[in-house]
Design a protein around this ligand. Structure first.
Ligand code: ARG
Length: 460
């Protein structure tokens, strides 16, 4: 027998560096609070079911609460020799209360224990993600409210396409973060299931009460298959996947803010508090925080790809590979909470150059579709109208004249159907105001959506 908690059938003692390779305590110490929480509920249940005596349960609970206090006071010390958080806590408990500590592991395995800890960890933190997302959405909707009528170019292929409003642009991201919110809510459902009671893989012969433990720990459901209970990491994969999609959204917007803050665009200026300078070029004001959010998207995707790959060929049930599930989730949780928060601050404080945004739609051809639609509404087949306007645009580019600057006689040469009322139709603001189809950029639409979005948030 070796001195490990599982050392009975062993005679050979592993070298320290081998222990180090196998240990998870360098990172799963982060599950300490959840491990204690799970053990408190489990031991209480063992007492209630008469599996342990009340006196034994009292000793275990007292010891666990002391450990919890030491954890909160930052006094708890863990060792690599004890491999992971579960064995570390059991060993600390043994030092405190003696052999009775060994009864805590009755009707339980580290396999259902680690799964329970990880579920609890995620369950405690998902509400924070939802809160941060709500804060970000609040900022977006109130900015959209203030900027519902700020005209700017809408882009496709990063080329001026059709005029939109800044408010409409902001609400596009509101919608994306709304879907993110819903995905994380769904993620919470799959996290809210108790694995404890599955034991190593097959369930247990002890007369346990899983319902009681679920209620103690605040779980909504219990796994209905013990093999699945200890092997399932879908809730972590869903989290990483949701986080990846969220970061993709943040990163797209970050890219736009970076671009829009350049000399060439000059649509916005980030606040000093969300910008940095250069150590050599005195004039510089860099969008470091937006760039970092964009950059951190990579490590979040990495977390998802890592765990997907780890899980892909693991036969049922628990295999040690699954110890690799935690670090990415821990890192991604910190990363997304910080990224949403920074992004929110950055958005709320940036200055919008409204004039510059709207004039950018005045010297371009982003009203070409208006003219084509104008002709189509007069009965000219749209494809033909498209060709007529295309030729006018070409002429305009060659002579450096916008459609609005072309005299009526010249427009009439292209199509006799064009009348004096065309100049009104060609205005960006009119182009925006006329886009009243559901979800269109019309100012009245944006205002309606703003009201709807305020309600979505108020109803949470
Ligand atoms: N440290 C392990 C993990 O994180 C705990 C479960 C160990 N179970 C086992 N049978 N080796 O996955």
């Amino acid at each position: 027998m070796t001195d490990k908690l599982w050392g009975g059938r062993f005679t050979g003692k592993a070298a320290e560096w081998v222990d180090e390779f196998g240990a998870s305590i360098p990172f799963d110490y982060k599950l300490a609070a959840e491990d204690i929480e799970g053990s408190l509920a489990h031991s209480k249940m063992l007492g209630k079911q008469g599996i342990l005596s009340q006196d034994e349960v009292d000793q275990i609970q007292k010891g666990l609460l002391e450990i919890e206090q030491e954890l909160n006071d930052g006094e708890l010390k863990f060792s690599i020799a004890n491999e992971d958080i579960h064995l570390n806590i059991e060993s600390i408990l043994t030092k405190k209360i003696g052999a009775v500590a060994g009864k805590l592991h009755t009707a339980r395995s580290r396999n259902d224990q680690v799964a329970t800890d990880f579920h609890l960890w995620m369950k405690h933190r998902l509400p924070r993600v939802l809160n941060e997302l709500t804060e970000l959405q609040k900022t977006l909707v109130s900015l959209a409210d203030q900027n519902a009528d700020v005209i700017m170019p809408g882009y496709t292929h990063l080329q001026h396409a059709q005029p939109i409003t800044y408010g409409h642009y902001l609400l596009a991201y509101f919608e994306m973060f709304q879907r993110d919110y819903e995905r994380f809510e769904f993620n919470r459902k799959h996290t809210d299931i108790l694995p404890l009671g599955a034991a190593a893989l097959a369930g247990t012969t002890f007369p346990i009460d899983q319902q009681f433990v679920a209620e103690e720990l605040g779980f909504d459901k219990i796994y209905h298959n013990s093999l699945d209970a200890v092997s399932d990491r879908d809730f972590a994969l869903e989290f990483l996947s949701n986080a990846s999609i969220l970061m993709m959204h943040l990163s797209r917007m970050a890219e736009e803010l970076i671009l829009w803050g350049t000399y060439e665009f000059n649509y916005i200026e980030l606040d000093d508090t969300f910008s940095t300078g250069s150590s050599i070029m005195p004039q510089k004001k860099n969008a470091d925080f937006a760039e970092l959010v964009r950059g951190k998207t990579g490590r979040v995707y990495g977390g998802l790809m890592g765990l997907l790959t780890t899980m892909k060929a693991i036969p049922l049930a628990y295999n040690k590979d699954m110890q690799e599930d935690k670090e990415a989730a821990f890192d991604v949780m910190d990363t997304i909470l910080a990224s949403i928060n920074v992004f929110n601050g950055m958005l709320a404080t940036l200055t919008v150059h409204k004039e510059r945004m709207s004039t950018a739609t005045e010297n371009d051809f982003s009203n070409a579709t208006e003219l084509a639609d104008y002709l189509a509404s007069k009965g000219i087949p749209f494809r033909q109208a498209h060709a007529i306007v295309g030729e006018l645009v070409l002429k305009g580019i060659q002579t450096q004249t916008t459609l609005t600057q072309m005299p009526l006689a010249e427009l009439k040469q292209a199509s006799a159907q064009i009348e004096d009322d065309v100049y009104e139709v060609l205005k960006s603001k009119v182009a925006v105001e006329r886009r009243t189809s559901i979800g269109g950029t019309a100012i009245s639409n944006v205002k309606k959506e703003v009201e709807r979005d305020y309600k979505i948030i108020a109803n949470r």
